[in-house]
Design a protein around this ligand. Sequence first.
Ligand code: TLP
Length: 349
Amino acid sequence: MREANRLIDLRSDTVTQPTPAMRRAMAEAEVGDDVLGDDPTVQRLEETAAQRVGKEAGLFTPSGIMANLVSLMTLTARNEEVILGDQSHLYTAEVGGLGVFGNVFLHVLPNLPDGTIPINRLRDAIRDAVYTPKTRVISLENTHNRCGGAVLPIEYLYQVAALARERGVWLHLDGARIFNAAVALGVDAATIAQPFEVVNFCFSKGLGAPVGSIVCGSRAFIQEARRTRRMLGGGMRQAGVLAAAALVALNEMIDRLAEDHENARILAEGLANIAGVLIEPARVQTNIVIFELDPATGWTSSSFQQALQARGVLLSLSGTRLRAVTHYGITRADVERTLAIIQQTLRSG
Ligand code: TLP
């Protein structure tokens, strides 16, 4: 396809195509029946992934949503509650599944724009009176998708962990993009995961694998989580074909996330220079760029999204805002072209 006609797909980092190394690894993967516990490639993935986040064991799941469900359903019992942010993916984009399948109460607190929930709000929210649900888990998200890929400060994670320990509450991380946070901070993912009992992350976002996520925690926890995954129908048979690609993702695709962050920064700074675009470029820390249009431009987010699509640039909506996500299928030249097309489209409106 001629470069000029190629779609620039910034809808999400989930749109990445498997790399040639992933396709080769998938074709050659040694497989077994993972539900029976004998797929060597899945086992290798689970061990490698757990090590990366400093946990004892891992459990491969088909999706990030199932990883969240498996994590939180394993940590809770009926009518206990999970405290989570009102901007979290769990609350805004998972169809309320945790409430439905888990029979747990979602105790929602407002996220600040930086993705945190203030410690004093968390402290006041934890409860176990006879007339309330019992708080069992606090769940955080890092990077924080709807808060523009924000990276939660490490000190904050430790403050929440100290509170959770003191009050006998588990700490869970939806770390779908934990490696983006690690690369942005220049630390190992294990440093970010350390304060959490349970962490899940995705191979199928910035790391580029076609399918799959993982839940990581203690060996005893993962044994229980395996039962939860089975109950949800998430046990997969010759899953080594998928795990092989995820291993390539872990081994080859982490360091390059810095490039996506750089492209996102250039995009955000470029957008800030376009009249009619409302954005705070200093907020863009990783690969997610969220912006709005000044109502005076006459465009709504969704009409603008459609106009851009007709010109070959795909964005998604994050609530009523527009979202562009950089990934390894997006080059610096794509970012420059996107900026030019956004400027032209705004002028044409
Ligand atoms: N996020 C998707 C959409 O669902 C919005 C995206 O394009 O960003 N946790 C977080 C923080 C996520 O961003 C996502 C996916 C998930 C969980 C769910 O992962 P999947 O789609 O694999 O179930």
